[in-house]
Design a protein around this ligand. Structure first.
Ligand SMILES: NC(=O)c1ccc[n+]([C@@H]2O[C@H](COP(=O)([O-])OP(=O)(O)OC[C@H]3O[C@@H](n4cnc5c(N)ncnc54)[C@H](O)[C@@H]3O)[C@@H](O)[C@H]2O)c1
Length: 385
């Protein structure tokens, strides 16, 4: 396999902390561009050993800055674009900041590549998100067990009445979730999701016009060692880990039976390495997940057991506007076309995560603060009974 020089934007973050070492292990040279955003890294960022090793160059700077971009893009063969603001709830009231970093940041990166007379970049891999699908795919077992339907976002009044499951618009029965395919309807339900889809469009269109390859990896719920424990706006497992260590209750939204597809960060890093290594692929968009839907209440129990914790799991009946009910990825394109299959099962991954967390300073629990911001803006509600 060709040895590449790879720029990883946002490579100081969670996924970058696994991707950079994975690229170096595979023989690539890596350059990282990251401003060490205080929301993610705190005011005094800790040690980041993956940014100082052999074959890694680190530049503290932003994709929004022309000088940083010029210095970072020069001479690289490929780019993995991870840089982003990632809090779904927060994106609903920090709309311009999310658009600036995610959308304008991607546009500036592409502008630089498009206008570089000495361009060396041949491939851009983008970290997109399963959030672009909104609710994703379901079937109505009453009407047709094979016809895929992609329901609209659930209404606030239905959530207030504890009608958690999306309903069939034809017969009114509850729909059954099925793994979402890359070809299913795109229907972002948050500003964050809208910016991730804008990134996809920008990358797809600009790369086709410039004549370079692109790969879009739609990541499911990524978890694992290195996840920010300081950011209360994203990462349910980090937030719960702090509460378990503090002996606090684990509040579960809705009825706890909403599902997510949890994928370990090492599996995600390896999927990016596979995308960069693949010679020719049939697809350019890939779901990256375990393919398994796990109820949120189950993952809370499993995490409690990984920590040998005794937190009470409390189903609160609260809900967030814009949250989806169920999600899991169809990973046929990932396995068949990229030749990569995630291999870390959830309990093993959670045990690894818990071991790592125990060695970290105990952060403040900021969940209530983040939820209060949502309640103040009517983005969070409580069921009526
Ligand atoms: N973690 C997940 O569950 C998940 C799921 C789906 C998609 N993604 C996507 O994967 C990517 C990486 O996510 P992560 O979990 O590692 O997030 P993270 O917040 O840990 O890391 C993001 C990094 O981007 C950096 N950054 C912020 N603004 C920047 C700028 N202007 N220029 C350069 N870098 C900047 C931050 O300092 C941070 O180090 C993001 O694009 C995110 O949308 C993540």
């Amino acid at each position: 396999m060709a040895k590449l020089k790879v720029l990883v934007t946002g490579g100081a973050g969670f996924i970058g902390s696994h991707l950079v070492p994975a690229l170096v292990r595979t023989g690539h040279q890596v350059r990282v561009l990251d401003p060490l955003s205080p929301q993610i890294h705190g005011d005094l960022p800790g040690d980041m050993p993956w940014l100082t090793g052999e074959n890694v160059e680190f530049r503290r700077g932003s994709v929004l800055d022309d000088n940083d971009l010029k210095a970072s893009v020069t001479g690289v063969d490929a780019i993995v674009h991870l840089a982003a603001e990632t809090g779904t709830g927060q994106s609903m009231y920090e709309i311009s900041r999310y658009n600036e970093v995610n959308t304008l940041g991607t546009a500036k990166l592409l502008d630089h590549i498009a206008n570089d007379p000495e361009r060396t970049v041949r491939h851009i891999a983008l970290a997109s998100s399963r959030s672009v699908y909104g609710e994703g795919a379901y079937v109505c077992t009453h009407c047709s067990p094979t016809e895929r339907v992609c329901p609209e976002a659930r209404k606030a009044e239905d959530l207030a009445a504890s009608c958690w499951e999306p309903l069939c618009t034809a017969c009114g029965a509850g729909l059954t979730a099925v793994p979402t395919r890359e070809t299913d309807r795109i229907n972002p339900a948050s500003i964050y999701a809208a910016t991730k889809y804008a990134q996809e469009d920008l990358v797809r269109i600009a790369c086709s016009s410039i004549g370079i390859r692109h790969s879009i990896l739609r990541l499911q719920n990524v978890y694992g060692e290195g996840q920010s424990l300081k950011n209360p706006y994203t990462g349910i497992l980090s937030i719960f880990s702090t509460r378990i260590r503090r002996g606090l209750d684990l509040p579960i939204f809705e009825d706890g039976l909403e599902t997510r597809d949890f994928v370990h960060v090492d599996d995600v890093a390896n999927a990016f390495v596979a995308a960069l290594s693949a010679q020719a692929t049939q697809h350019s968009v890939f779901n990256v997940g375990s393919g398994i839907a796990t109820p949120v209440i189950d993952v809370a129990r499993m995490l409690n057991s990984s920590f040998k914790g005794s937190s009470n799991i409390v189903v609160t009946g609260e809900y967030r506007i814009g949250d989806i009910r169920h999600n899991s990825a169809d990973i046929v394109a990932l396995t068949d076309d990229l030749g990569y299959k995630p291999s870390i099962d959830l309990q093993t991954g959670l045990d690894r995560f818990a071991d790592w967390v125990q060695g970290q300073p105990l952060p403040e629990d900021l969940l209530e603060k983040a939820n209060a911001e949502l309640r103040d803006r009517n983005l969070m509600g409580q069921n009526s009974g």
